[in-house]
Ligand binder design. Structure first.
Ligand code: TTP
Ligand code: MG
Length: 359
């Protein structure tokens, strides 16, 4: 599928939408391989609960999110009904988001298993990026996800939903009519089930029907959102990817006025850098796992040495200790004109905000 989707270089396919497949159920299947191949329904064993999600096998029986458990049991009596293990899903979610942040800082989390990425500044081909995300997520978590690529949020999200599970779909501008026109009105972001019903009542079922309506009519019908909907069904969506984290690394460096190869002098710079980095990390509520020392000698030869730790650090003591060890390991032949220290592989403590999306 991927190779046949040739994309013209001129087209800016800069938005990616990712969404984990049957997320809670897939985590359960992965953690307990005995569940493989069986219909798995997460939401508890009590008849009073509701289904959070069902794996694709259980969906064949008509089980879906938000359905009462008793009904799911009627439809799928042989299903494996499991309790919700939120802490575990959050942990996996964090692993996934950390992978996304390796590609760009421009990540907008939408829920525990879903995000937009703006890849405008990432050099690789968008399909390569998507394949790499899939590969890394599989490697680190054992799970699959679906990815949509396009030039705005609406279309990227539509694309990720296109061939779930484990999908990868690109929507380019020339595909717009074929893809959009037959869709039911409810697939337009901004048209909820109530509005969809109202539209159906006046004989509007598909985007093609919706296209016949004037912008004025849509504004009257939807209020302020009418204009956006008018544009959206024509493939226009100006919404930006709203990031929760600004950067991928934090670093600081200095060029000396007096070149030196005295390690004690260099160490005193690392001391100050470590202090600076500690407060920069604290201000941004982030911590890092990788420390990189950079030196440039009088011949402009640059060398870097990095250490990636098993756990995240943010304190002066920890950063300084790693920095000094790196300095000991690096061989210095000539005088140094520049020294720098960077923390990367950052994790936002703000990712805890994902709990906002708990259901
Ligand atoms: P979704 O991404 O909507 O669903 P999904 O990942 O289970 O399945 P797919 O994307 O392949 O269609 O939601 C992500 C998780 O959020 C889901 O695994 C469970 C939870 N959730 C609820 O708890 N209640 C709900 O009503 C929905 C829709 C999801
Ligand atoms: Mg999902």
């Amino acid at each position: 599928m991927h190779s046949t989707q040739k994309i013209a270089l001129s087209e800016k396919l800069n938005i990616i939408h990712v969404d984990m497949d049957a997320f809670y159920a897939s985590v359960e299947e992965h953690d307990n391989p005995k569940l493989k191949g069986l219909p798995v329904i997460v939401g508890g064993t009590s008849n009073h609960g509701i289904v959070t999600t069902a794996n694709y096998n259980a969906r064949k029986y008509g089980v879906h999110s938000a359905m009462p458990i008793f009904m799911a049991k009627q439809r799928c009596p042989n299903g494996c009904f499991l309790p919700v293990r939120m802490e575990r899903y959050k942990e996996v979610s964090k692993q996934v988001f950390n992978i996304l942040y390796e590609f760009t800082d421009l990540v907008e989390p939408l829920s525990i298993d879903e995000a937009f990425l703006d890849i405008t500044d990432v050099e690789d081909n968008p399909i390569k990026i998507a394949e790499e995300i899939k590969r890394k997520v599989m490697k680190n978590t054992g799970l699959t996800l679906s990815i949509g690529i396009s030039y705005n949020k609406f279309l990227a999200k539509l694309a990720s939903d296109w061939n779930k599970p484990n999908g990868l779909k690109v929507i380019t501008e020339n595909m717009i009519p074929d893809i959009l026109l037959p869709l039911p009105v409810k697939s337009v972001y901004g048209i909820g089930p109530k509005s969809a019903k109202k539209l159906n009542n006046i004989g509007i079922y598909t985007i093609e029907d919706l296209m016949r309506l004037s912008e004025e009519f849509l504004i009257e019908f939807f209020g302020k959102a009418g204009s956006e909907i008018y544009n959206r069904i024509r493939g226009i969506d100006y919404r930006k990817v709203n990031t929760t984290r600004e950067r991928k690394s934090l670093g600081t460096e200095t060029t000396f006025s007096d070149y030196t190869k005295d390690k004690d002098v260099l160490k005193s710079y690392l001391h100050d850098f470590s202090l600076e980095l500690e407060s920069a990390l604290e201000n941004r509520s982030i911590q890092g796992k990788t420390i990189t020392l950079k030196i440039k000698d009088v011949n402009f030869k640059t060398r870097t040495k990095s250490k990636t730790l098993n756990n995240y650090i943010s304190s002066f003591d920890d950063i300084f200790e790693v920095a000094v060890n790196l300095l000991q390991e690096i061989e210095i032949e000539h005088d140094i004109r520049l020294i720098g220290l960077t923390v990367s592989n950052l994790e936002s403590l703000k990712l805890e905000q994902l709990s906002l999306f708990d259901y």
